[in-house]
Design a protein around this ligand. Structure first.
Ligand SMILES: Cc1cc2nc3c(=O)[nH]c(=O)nc-3n(C[C@H](O)[C@H](O)[C@H](O)COP(=O)(O)O)c2cc1C
Length: 369
């Protein structure tokens, strides 16, 4: 396949695979696509290990890194003490519900260590993200992506000085215009169907709006793509490639534990719901008792980024330890309904390309008959 983005990155297929899991990144790039490692949830030391591993296993194929440069994220300060950070009312609300529902409590000390671990791993402020960028730029990455909002000018400049393009996710045409004005080279237009933080405009409307708003800047279509016909639609609407996140969760390479995989394979499209209970911002995740708890009228208002994510850490660990699938959740988009059992990253890429080719043939036949 040939689009401006296959040319820019020297790849065979314009399929970009976002994942927090290094195995997915490697497998996607080796399958002819382009793996991008989500690094918003890591420490510089851990990112260094992950990128070293990727370089050792990716056989020289290109890959990228995705960071969060959120201007509104609060710096937790040096102590990152979870006990002081979280309002007791919030901790009591969600954990009380779990206790009443028979989910065993965590062993003494584990609650605090879990919150501490979450607070240390969350890198959402521009300063923390720049430390991660310092690490990333020591490796042979080919693309830096900003997950939320416009990255600071100094960051864009640094990445450009390193000779790399900068991408950014957007959920509206207006955001796309602002990103391009700030110097962003590739726009990732993510429709509301997507897993993770998401907006309100659906992909079918968003993609052509963004393509028209920023032309000739290339656009990757995201949100609701997991198969070839969806890819064909995205390219027909003017995108130069696709950016997928959820579809990799169902692969054998993904980070999900066996319980979460069961939840994923058993979920339909309507089970991917938007909640603020996960991170504090609207985020599409798998429906469970956890998401329902935060939708209840008596629920306290979710905390700001990154406190709500830290607060979620304890309940997630509790559900995991007790194998309580009814309390488990994870970011996932509406394509979850397409995932019914394990597959591999290579198979997903292959199936996508093969269905894409079939779709193009059917469309050609409409014209020629
Ligand atoms: C588990 C998960 C975690 C995500 N985390 C991030 C993130 O840290 N940074 C980011 O830019 N996008 C993140 N996203 C969004 C993806 O980059 C991508 O835009 C989205 O998954 C595309 O829609 P899809 O889920 O329908 O494939 C995440 C998505 C999922 C499913």
């Amino acid at each position: 396949m040939k689009t401006s983005l296959t040319e820019m990155f020297g790849i065979e297929a314009p399929i970009f695979a976002f994942s927090h899991c290094r195995d997915v990144v490697v497998a996607a790039s080796k399958a002819g696509g382009f793996g991008v490692l989500g690094a918003a949830w890591t420490t510089p030391e851990h990112l260094d290990q992950e990128l070293r591993w990727i370089e050792q296993h990716i056989d020289g194929m290109p890959f990228g890194v995705d960071l969060v440069f959120s201007p509104t994220a609060v710096d937790l300060g040096p102590e990152k003490d979870p006990v002081k950070l979280l309002p007791p009312e919030h901790v009591a609300y969600i954990n009380g519900l779990m206790t009443r529902d028979g989910v065993p409590e965590l062993p003494p000390g584990e609650f605090e260590s879990c919150y501490r671990n979450y607070s240390e791993s969350l890198a959402f402020t521009p300063k923390e993200s720049e430390e991660l960028l310092d690490v990333a730029l020591r490796y042979d990455i080919k693309f830096v992506v900003s997950a939320l909002g416009i990255p600071p000018a100094g960051i864009i400049e640094r990445v450009h000085q390193a000779g790399l393009p900068v991408g950014a996710l957007v959920g509206t045409a207006e955001q796309a215009r602002k990103q391009v004005a700030a110097g962003i080279d590739v726009i990732i237009a993510q429709g509301s169907e997507a897993g993770g933080h998401t907006g309100t405009v659906g992909s079918m409307v968003l993609w052509p709006e963004v393509v028209d708003a920023v032309a000739p800047v290339p656009v990757l279509a995201a949100g609701g793509i997991g198969r070839g016909r969806q890819m064909a639609a995205a390219l027909a609407l003017g995108a130069q490639g696709v950016w997928c996140g959820s579809i990799w969760l169902g692969t054998t390479e993904s980070e999900l534990n066996p319980d979460l995989r069961d939840v994923l394979y058993g979920s339909g499209s309507t089970d991917a719901v938007i909640t603020r209970g996960y991170t504090g911002k609207p985020c599409r995740v798998l429906r469970s008792k956890f998401t329902e708890a935060w939708a209840a009228p008596e629920a306290p208002a979710p905390l700001k980024v990154p406190y709500q994510s830290i607060l979620s850490g304890g309940p997630f660990r509790r559900a995991e330890r007790a194998h309580r699938k009814d309390w488990m959740t994870y970011s996932a988009g509406q394509v979850v309904g397409q995932m019914t059992g394990p597959t591999s990253v290579r198979q997903v890429v292959y199936d996508m390309l093969s269905e894409y080719a079939d779709a193009m043939e059917s469309l050609d036949a409409i014209l020629s008959d």
